[in-house]
Design a protein around this ligand. Structure first.
Ligand SMILES: Cc1ncc(COP(=O)(O)O)c(C=O)c1O
Length: 449
């Protein structure tokens, strides 16, 4: 244990775990205080999209800190925030042209929930107050965001504090919740939304929030192409707002600027964070449609909401510069092209019999582990397979993200990978080789073969 760790007063998440202390990042690599190098297979947690060590972003932040570090968003506008909203408006689909700025993903989800509610309130439909979401999803750690989150394990200890809102099954083809297989499934997962709206009462339902491609909660669940257009249609027919949580998938992660762009679906709001500032500052945003904006304009009504750090000039300056780099270097296109190679190479892991599924899109992938490939029987939770894979990979200098509860919220192990969008084919080769070594070592530990 290093001296810094020994003297730490940080209330760490897991008191039994040793957390190496990072001191530096360069490109796609991280370095700890003992000089160990790690290939970052998860871009922080999906944030460091432009890679580490970008002095241009640091300089933009420093310049803004000297000029104007803070502006209260209920009294003033500020230049970097206005510029950022303009840059975002060039990227978002359809009429999503207005932006609320936040300090991260959970805050963005809270804004979506509250804005959805106030939209119906202002329209004279105050009964509408229930948000539908999906199992096997993650929307954040705050109580509203955790209420819509569908990870049973993460919700369990906080259940009495959460809002009792409906969850529907996800689009999860490897373990279809309806025991069907695509394409002969009639898209039961998408149509389940309509059934739930009807059971709950359309007059009470205000929105659906879902990740277009499920991030770490589902280890990169990509829905069939029909899924999102059906969901959009169901929402429209029942006057329910569609909220895409693109905190993970936004800003090129899946090979398109936003994941909904794959299916030409325009939601009513998009929650974003992570890649927006490349990890250089804590920032999130919500893209809001013209239709929603009009209701507030018509009534001359303010949105009853504020965060102190909403639209902070320093974080907005970081995002403006980070997004310029992201655009100049064509990182969405890079995620699409290197992403194809990434998925091809990751499929070689299927040679290990404990690998049940390899899935994903762009630079967003999941690898699911099973005891028996034919029956898809997961490992018992006490084997801690995902956690062990993560620990062994870390020893080998590769950062991965353990995902658990794939089957029923408790059983089922996977790891998720979402490297910086600056990844090259050489980085993919290095990552895949380390992953082969890791899985082989775990097979020896678990005495498989
Ligand atoms: C899809 C999604 N939504 C919301 C969040 C919450 O974001 P934050 O941790 O920045 O609050 C996350 C975080 O991983 C996420 O993946």
């Amino acid at each position: 244990m290093s001296r810094i760790e020994e003297e730490s007063h940080i209330f760490t998440l897991d008191p039994e775990r040793r957390y190496p202390t990072l001191v530096r990042g360069e490109g796609v690599y991280l370095y700890d205080d003992e000089g160990k190098q790690y290939l970052d297979g998860i871009a922080g947690i999906g944030v460091a999209c432009i890679g580490y060590g970008r002095t241009r972003v640091a300089e933009a932040m420093a310049a803004q800190a000297s000029k104007l570090p803070y502006a209260a968003s209920n009294i003033f506008g500020n230049e970097p925030a206005i510029q950022l909203a303009g840059q975002l408006a060039e990227l978002t689909p359809g009429d999503l042209q207005y932006f609320q700025l936040t300090s991260g993903g959970s805050e963005s989800v809270e804004v979506c929930i509250k804005l959805c509610r106030q939209y119906y309130y202002e329209r004279g439909r105050a009964d509408k107050h229930k948000m539908i979401s999906r199992w096997q999803s993650y929307h954040g750690a705050t109580l509203g965001a955790l209420s819509v989150t569908g990870l049973v394990g993460r919700r369990k200890k906080f259940l009495p504090l959460l809002l009792d809102w409906p969850h529907i099954a996800p689009a999860y083809c490897y373990r279809c919740p309806f025991d069907r297989s695509y394409p002969g499934c009639d898209m039961a997962c998408a149509h389940a939304l309509e059934a739930t709206i009807q059971e709950t009462g359309a007059e009470l339902v205000m929105g659906l929030i879902a990740e277009p491609v499920v991030g770490a909660a589902g280890a990169a669940l990509v829905p069939p192409p029909e899924y999102w257009p059906i969901v959009r249609d169901v929402c429209d027919r029942h006057d329910v707002l569609l909220i895409a949580d693109e905190v993970f998938t936004g800003f090129g992660r899946t090979g398109r600027n936003f994941a909904v762009d794959h299916w030409n679906v325009v939601p009513d709001m998009i929650a974003m964070a992570k890649g927006i500032s490349g990890g250089y500052a804590p920032l999130g945003a919500v893209a809001i449609s013209q239709r929603i904006r009009e209701v507030f304009e018509r009534g001359g009504t303010p949105f009853d909401h504020i965060f102190t750090y909403s639209g902070s000039p320093i974080t907005a300056a970081a995002a403006c510069e980070s997004l310029k780099i992201w655009k100049e270097e064509g990182l969405t296109a890079n995620a699409a092209s290197v992403g194809k190679y990434f998925m091809e190479q990751l499929r070689s892991l299927l040679e290990h019999c404990m690998v049940g599924d390899v899935r994903g899109i762009g630079l967003m992938a999941g690898i699911e582990f099973v005891q028996d490939r034919a029956t898809k029987e997961p490992f018992p939770p006490e084997c801690l397979v995902a956690k062990q894979i993560g620990m062994v990979a870390l020893q080998k200098g590769l950062v991965t993200y353990p995902s658990t509860g794939m089957v029923d919220g408790v059983r089922g192990d996977a790891i998720s990978l979402f490297p910086p969008l600056t990844f090259t084919e050489q980085h993919v080769d290095e990552l895949v080789s380390k992953l082969h070594d890791t899985v082989a070592q775990l097979e020896r530990i678990l005495a498989i073969r």
